[in-house]
Design a protein around this ligand. Structure first.
Ligand code: V47
Length: 361
């Protein structure tokens, strides 16, 4: 073990903050077991042996999207044969059918940036969902979608958020952050919110009392420095607002994207290393999510030994990452999640979206 890594370990055990250079040194380190031990220490300081999950339902209103991000296999143009756009009636039908499950607590709503729908359409869907199913938490619209709504409606981001809050959203998912670097965004996703716009929309949401999540899409064209700077930007905003609930790392899935053939799926070594370093750098985030859909269930379970304390939910049914070739299931039972968490030696805790404990198993 070299002196720099020993100093980093000493900092972690003393609860001190890691620097940019520390984070870069951790990415250069390939002692995975050591990284896992350190990340797990940091995790246990925050949440002991609890590992959270929830019972949720994903609803993707449309895959028609003006953004055309190079890393995305879900979004498409209006005339694509796989294009779909849900009516309000369809959304309500799916929502009501899922709500038959008495444990269902959350609708996770992330969609394409539709070229024709007015902002009022989204507001109407939220208002109707809240009216019909008032007890289900609406975790709806990423910061990218919020910026798009501001653009198409002529409203400010704050006005958009206030309107959605009044209609019934309860929190926001963490997608759309990708890599918070203007270089990467200019190459992969020039048609959507910039680094500054994503951060500003999250800040505005937090200032209005709306909690949100944060994410990082890694394993494409980004450098390790850009990964570290991304984490530091999130840490700095969290210092300011304390409005992020969870951080999620998304390993890039290339199948059916514009990058297929140029970039291959990340390897498990990188997945676990990135998970551990995220836990260590994001010292002001309580929850680090091992999103089983993207990691696959075995790697997500392993990630519980690398700083993760949350497995997301039952999901039913995932579309975005399955469009990009994910081999995982599109849904999991609550029993399976409990079994997977228990087998990792942790205590499964069913939570609501705001991390209130529903039940310990
Ligand atoms: O922003 C898209 C990612 C995100 C690919 O907040 C891809 O709890 C890998 O927001 N390979 C959308 N990743 C999903 C999202 C989300 C999902 C689960 C939980 C939460 C939460 C939020 O999916 C996008 C993008 O970063 N993504 N395409 C791909 N080919």
């Amino acid at each position: 073990m070299n002196a720099i890594l020993e100093e980093i370990a000493a900092k972690v055990y003393a609860g001190k903050r890691l620097s940019r250079e520390d984070a870069l040194a951790l990415f250069r380190c390939n002692d995975l077991a050591w990284l896992g031990q350190l990340a797990n220490f940091a995790k246990k300081e925050v949440c002991g042996d609890y590992v959270y999950f929830n019972v949720n339902r994903h609803i993707n209103l449309t895959n028609i999207c003006v953004s055309q991000c190079k890393f995305c296999a879900f979004g498409c143009e209006k005339d694509d044969k796989k294009a779909y756009a849900m009516t309000k009636e369809e959304v309500l039908r799916i929502a009501k059918a899922s709500a038959i499950d008495p444990d269902l607590r959350e609708f996770h709503i992330v969609s394409g940036l539709h070229p024709d729908w007015p902002f009022e359409y989204y507001v109407d869907i939220i208002r109707s969902l809240k009216r019909e199913l008032p007890n289900i938490h609406l975790k709806a619209f990423t910061a990218v979608e919020i910026c798009y709504f501001a653009k198409i409606s002529g409203k400010t981001v704050a006005e958009v958020l206030k309107t959605l809050l009044a209609a019934g959203i309860n929190s926001m998912p963490g997608g759309g952050a990708e890599i918070l670097s203007d270089r990467v965004r200019a190459e992969l996703c020039p048609n959507k919110a910039s680094r500054a716009e994503w951060l500003d929309a999250s800040r505005t949401a937090h200032n209005l009392g709306i909690k949100s999540n944060a994410s990082m899409l890694y394993g494409h064209i980004e450098t390790i420095e850009e990964r570290v700077d991304h984490l530091l930007a999130l840490r700095s905003l969290q210092d300011e607002t304390a409005g992020f609930q969870t951080f999620i790392c998304f390993p890039f899935h290339p199948v059916n994207t514009a990058l297929e053939g140029q970039i291959t799926r990340t390897m498990v070594w990188d997945d676990l290393k990135t998970m551990a370093i995220s836990r260590l750098v994001l010292d002001n985030f309580k929850n680090i999510k091992a999103y089983w859909v993207m990691l696959t269930l075995p790697i997500a379970q392993l990630a519980l030994g690398f700083g993760a304390n949350d497995m997301d939910g039952t999901i039913n049914e995932e579309k975005i990452i399955h469009a990009a070739g994910a081999k995982s299931a599109t849904a999991l039972s609550k029993e399976k999640l409990i079994e997977v968490i228990r087998a990792a030696g942790a205590i499964p805790v069913e939570r609501d979206t705001m991390y209130n404990v529903v039940r310990k198993f």
